[in-house]
Ligand binder design. Structure first.
Ligand SMILES: C[S@@+](CC[C@H](N)C(=O)[O-])C[C@H]1O[C@@H](n2cnc3c(N)ncnc32)[C@H](O)[C@@H]1O
Length: 300
């Protein structure tokens, strides 16, 4: 029970966003150590290249604590709180551009019915194998399935309570068309939650310029031989993503742009009192916020 109301929460990860995310990260660390037993050699290489910052447990205690804090204070806090507070039938979530499936599995562990979709077959196969391992390891019912497909080819009859777009709006091309599609795929009152680096924060743009050069719009050939448009780190600004959502008919239900300094260093009380409020100061954060979490709500 949360606030005297029944929730869909399974006890697998915990009752608060902090417990849920700390436990999730701890399970991901365990998985990282034994991933060779689940994936082929090539898949292990893909997985390890993707999670270059792992394992955290080898860091000195101070840095490890800091990494854990940044995780539970960061980009997943909003959607995890939404799922923990959900009433009634399990919410349905589309994880758009699901990558290796970690967040799909997290949402499944929080009781949601999850559909992960990604263009890349290697990533979808790894996601499926990981989900099977998590079910077995935690002896948990995780209602998650993965499909290898372009989001633009998805059947439009299925409607979702949430669409989660994590570090993927910078790749899905054209993004404007996908936001329009998201509107169609959501139930009335549903939310599209976008998390991405803030394009107004200059170091983010310089980093991408150094990595990918100036050619943003490219294409990707799928395992079926289909050529799909693909953008390489086309960063939206905190304000720009909100304008885009509004243009497609969404109202802004939540907007934060995270200030990175002191994020992992301070204890919880200091963080909540002095650092967290900075994420919600629009002028300040649109310039120096590192990454944003913005939710657009479809009218009921
Ligand atoms: C940077 S990854 C992020 C993955 C995951 N959300 C995460 O946070 O780990 C972006 C993903 O979006 C996928 N993607 C890009 N365009 C897509 C499209 N049109 N349809 C489906 N997936 C797409 C890519 O294949 C890639 O795995």
């Amino acid at each position: 029970m949360i606030d005297g109301k029944d929730t869909i929460l399974t006890p697998v990860l915990g009752a608060t966003y902090k417990e849920a995310l700390e436990n999730m990260l701890s399970h991901v660390e365990d998985e990282y150590d034994e991933i060779e037993t689940v994936l082929s050699q090539d898949e292990v290489a893909t997985y390890r290249a993707y999670y270059v910052d792992m394992p955290i447990r080898n860091l000195p205690p101070q840095l490890r604590r800091s990494a854990y804090r940044r995780y539970y204070r960061g980009y997943l806090r909003y959607i995890v709180n939404e799922l923990l507070a959900w009433q009634g039938d399990p919410p349905s979530v589309l994880d758009a551009g699901s990558g290796l499936g970690t967040q799909s599995i997290l949402f499944g562990l929080l009781g949601a019915k999850v559909q992960g979709v990604d263009l890349r077959q290697d990533r979808v196969i790894i996601s499926e194998k990981r989900a099977a391992r998590w079910r077995e390891k935690l002896n948990a019912r995780i209602d998650v399935q993965f499909t290898c497909e372009s989001l633009f080819n998805m059947p439009q009859e299925e409607k979702y309570d949430f669409i989660w777009i994590c570090q993927a709006i910078s790749h899905i091309d054209p993004a404007e068309d996908f936001i329009d599609l998201a509107y169609k795929l959501l139930k009335p009152g549903g939310q599209v939650v976008v998390y991405d680096p803030n394009g107004m924060y200059l170091p983010n743009q310089l980093f991408q310029l150094k990595n990918r050069g100036t050619q943003i719009h490219r294409s990707y050939t799928t395992h079926k031989g289909e050529t799909v448009k693909y953008a390489v780190e086309r960063l939206f600004t905190f304000g720009g993503i909100q304008r885009l959502l509004k243009k497609s008919g969404f109202s802004i239900a939540h907007a934060e742009c995270q200030f990175h300094r002191f994020r992992g260093k301070t204890d919880d009380a200091v963080f909540e009192r002095f650092v967290r409020p900075l994420d919600f100061l629009p002028l300040w954060t649109s310039l120096i916020g590192y990454e944003f979490v913005v939710s657009g709500k479809k009218p009921t």
